[in-house]
Design a protein around this ligand. Structure first.
Ligand SMILES: [Zn+2]
Ligand SMILES: [Zn+2]
Length: 172
């Protein structure tokens, strides 16, 4: 049985999100942006490590309508790599733990897997392998795709259909 329903907390516990249902997908991303943002977050005082030794960042993707900020919303701050970017990464400023990635044009929310409990679903595949730095190889024995995996796209579309093709906004 796949576990459904998770609480995602920052390192100090001030901020908690609830994510209901099973993740749409659990994946490790090797893209340049995830790594760049991750390295940036890691430099903040007390921040947890974000980027794996193999240069990937692990995530669990949930439907946007199934993730709520349960407490500590006042600590959340958004970070965009460029002002015009549609992607914002949300950090808990109480302990500098990154919480989730919001592609504002999308219907899914990408939670940093490290914020989920130890029994969070394991990553199933790697995406954006084309951005792996020279000499780096994926550490886990799972399929790694150059860009996105067809299965990931199918699951995202299925989730969107189940949501009635809505794109809820994430607010707190
Ligand atoms: Zn990425
Ligand atoms: Zn915190």
């Amino acid at each position: 049985m796949t576990k459904t329903g998770f609480s995602a907390t920052c390192t100090c516990g001030e901020v908690a999100l609830t994510a209901s249902g099973a993740p749409i997908l659990s994946a490790v991303c090797y893209c340049e942006s995830c790594r760049k943002a991750g390295r940036h977050f890691e430099q903040a005082p007390g921040a947890p490590s974000v980027v794996n030794a193999d240069s990937g960042v692990e995530y669990c993707l949930f439907r946007k309508d199934r993730v709520k900020v349960a407490r500590g919303g006042q600590h959340l701050q958004e970070h965009r790599l460029t002002a015009a970017s549609p992607t914002r990464r949300i950090v808990a400023t109480c302990c500098n733990a990154p919480m989730f990635v919001d592609f504002t044009k999308g219907h899914w929310l990408t939670l940093y897997r490290d914020r989920l409990p130890a029994d969070a679903p394991p990553v199933e595949l790697g995406v954006m392998g084309k951005d792996l730095p020279a000499g780096a190889t994926p550490a886990k024995d799972i399929p790694t795709y150059s860009t996105f995996s067809p299965m990931a796209i199918v699951r995202l579309l299925a989730a969107w259909a189940a949501m009635g093709f809505r794109r809820p906004k994430t607010t707190w």
